[in-house]
Design a protein around this ligand. Structure first.
Ligand code: URA
Ligand code: SF4
Length: 249
């Protein structure tokens, strides 16, 4: 798919979400919140569901939790418009209660389609309910800051799932906030690992592909080497210098 085709496909999903009545959450919504972001991104963030501000604006993570998420992205040099941000349920649960399993199941086809369209390298889960969708049975206390291969049944064909605490939990506890910034610092290394895992099949699809950009940092050198099939699996032990940043675009 071209970038324009992905954009159009994402807009088609968003239009369906806005008119959706598949679960009871549609009765209480002001605006549905399909999600937003860059159609060509490699990284998708998945939260739980819209809160008060998101319901009013129709956009994900625009309240206090959203501000903290933007700060966390900034700590690794990324902006919110360079990733895609969505939720497991697209309509606000009343009084910000947890989404029910049947509501998550009713809404799942939309997330599945978004992931199919975006084909991300990394899916970052925000909080328990998102974690439960991507790593069934995993506990947030043991999984935050770690990643594992994403089940292709989620719609993300070839991705790693990286677990984070929900930013709202970080707002309630300075210890969780500190831990969350630590966890976020591990996302670029997960992306490099994900690119390495995706490279072989992509290289066979586009054998004539050249690196589009001149590598400017050591990390880019590594990822460009992988994209051209020049690297071996030493990538597994790559440590990122925390002062270096891995640009998404
Ligand atoms: N919390 C979420 O899980 N999602 C949002 O969009 C906003 C807050
Ligand atoms: Fe439809 Fe999802 Fe909203 Fe339920 S939460 S009404 S399934 S868009």
């Amino acid at each position: 798919m071209t970038s324009a085709e992905r954009q159009a496909a994402l807009e088609a999903v968003a239009a369906e979400v806005s008119a959706c009545t598949r679960c009871r959450l549609h009765t209480g919504r002001t605006k549905a919140v399909p999600g937003e972001g860059h159609p060509d991104t490699e990284v998708v963030f998945v939260g739980e569901g819209p809160g008060f501000n998101e319901d009013r604006e129709g956009r994900p993570f625009v309240g206090r939790a959203g501000n903290l998420l933007v700060k966390m992205l900034g700590s690794i040099g990324w902006r919110r418009d360079e990733v895609f941000i969505t939720n497991v349920v697209k309509c606000r649960p009343p009084d910000n209660r947890d989404p029910e399993p049947d509501e998550i199941a009713a809404c799942a086809p939309y997330l599945h389609r978004q992931l199919e369209i975006l084909d991300p390298a990394v899916v970052v889960t925000l909080g328990r309910h998102s974690l439960g969708t991507f790593m069934p049975g995993a506990r947030i206390s043991g999984s935050h800051g770690t990643f594992r291969p994403t089940d292709p049944a989620t719609g993300a064909r070839n991705a790693l799932t990286y677990a984070l605490y929900h930013p709202a939990a970080a707002l309630r506890s300075t210890e969780v906030e500190r831990q969350s910034f630590d966890d976020v610092a591990g996302i670029p290394a997960a992306l490099i690992e994900a690119r390495a895992r995706r490279a072989p099949s992509e290289a066979t699809i586009t054998p004539t592909a050249e690196p589009a950009v001149e590598p400017t940092t050591e990390q880019e050198l590594v990822s460009v080497a992988i994209a051209t099939g020049a690297a071996d699996d030493t990538i597994e032990t790559l440590d990122l210098d925390p002062d270096d940043q891995l640009p998404l675009f």
